[in-house]
Design a protein around this ligand. Structure first.
Ligand code: BV8
Length: 253
């Protein structure tokens, strides 16, 4: 039985264009809990899928704001892990490579990846709940004197919210369109650290495969992607991605 890393290297060596799709698992070794991990203590009793909605924010604005403030705090101290660095290094072999991420952190960019599409927004940014000056009306929190949480939009007085895509909300159109396009064009899709459950991101691997791409999955567990992965590298992405890039290097690619 050929070593799956070697199988993946053989596929990558023949690849013209690879597209990478990442989920919360790629940030786990940076200390950022995955979306379905129960955040510690205070937050274990809440279902993230319930909290990440406009309805939850309108019903309990302070609770939702505090949940994001807590997650922002976790992300503020997080550093890119070897998996992020390995993906950045992969660009040496595939200069056209694009990372499509479901993650709301900036760890791919911090590791040096140069072309990252954020499908679900960015937790570090904030915007007016009513987008009173256009979509999105981003707000620089550091320029505000915050006297209440959630803070109020300085233009219209509506609540300020995190600039992320909540369940039930549309994904940013340009990002999603580009993600569809490059998924169609890829001849290999490397899928790292996602349960493959959240739509429409979870459609991208199908689009890639329907257009002839081979799927390589990196995940310590099984996911909705596993059944149609050509190669499965079973383990944490920090280790498996580093091994994959090292094997590609040693193969003289
Ligand atoms: C929309 C931002 C139009 C907020 C997020 C079609 C069918 C069914 C349902 C729907 C559908 N279309 C739309 C829906 C509804 C919904 C949906 O998909 N529901 C699912 C859950 C059934 N989708 C939407 O609402 C989307 N909007 O489609 O608009 C519409 C609207 C209404 C109705 C119809 C159409 C908006 C989705 C975006 C939601 N926002 N994030 C925030 O972060 O607070 S998504 C959120 O969940 C995260 O960002 C993350 O991306 C996602 C969770 O997915 P993963 O990243 O995969 O994370 P997860 O924890 O699940 O898995 C982690 C994986 O890592 C695991 O596999 C684990 O094994 C692995 N792992 C663990 N350790 C490691 C590791 N891997 C590698 N290394 C390790 N060390």
């Amino acid at each position: 039985m050929t070593d799956p890393i070697q199988q993946a290297v053989t596929i990558l060596k023949q690849a013209r264009q690879i597209t990478v799709l990442t989920g919360a698992g790629v940030s786990k070794e940076s200390g950022v809990p995955t979306f379905r991990d129960a955040l510690d203590g205070l937050w274990t009793r809440y279902d993230p899928q319930e909290l990440a909605t406009v309805q939850a924010f309108q019903r309990t604005p302070k609770l939702v704001w505090d949940w994001y403030a807590y997650r922002r705090q976790l992300m503020r101290t997080a550093e890119p892990n070897p998996g992020h660095h390995a993906l950045a290094a992969l660009e040496r072999y595939f200069p056209e490579m694009v990372i499509i991420t479901q993650n709301v952190d900036e760890l791919h960019e911090q590791a040096g990846s140069s072309d990252v599409i954020h499908l679900h927004g960015n937790i570090v940014q904030s915007k007016c709940l009513d987008n009173c000056r256009g979509n999105p009306t981003t707000i620089d929190l550091t320029a505000l004197e915050i006297i209440e949480t959630p803070p109020r939009c300085p233009h219209c007085g509506a609540y300020i919210r995190p600039d992320v895509v909540w369940f039930g909300e549309l994904l940013p159109e340009a990002a999603l369109l580009r993600a569809y396009q490059i998924s169609e064009q890829a001849d290999v899709m490397l899928i790292v650290g996602t349960s493959g459950m959240v739509m429409p991101a979870a459609i991208l691997p199908r689009i890639a495969q329907n257009n002839g791409a081979q799927i390589i999955e990196i995940n310590p567990d099984t996911s909705a992607i596993t059944p149609f992965a050509r190669v499965k590298l079973e383990g944490p992405s920090g280790i498996m991605l580093s091994r994959l890039v090292e094997a590609l290097h040693n193969d003289g690619s």
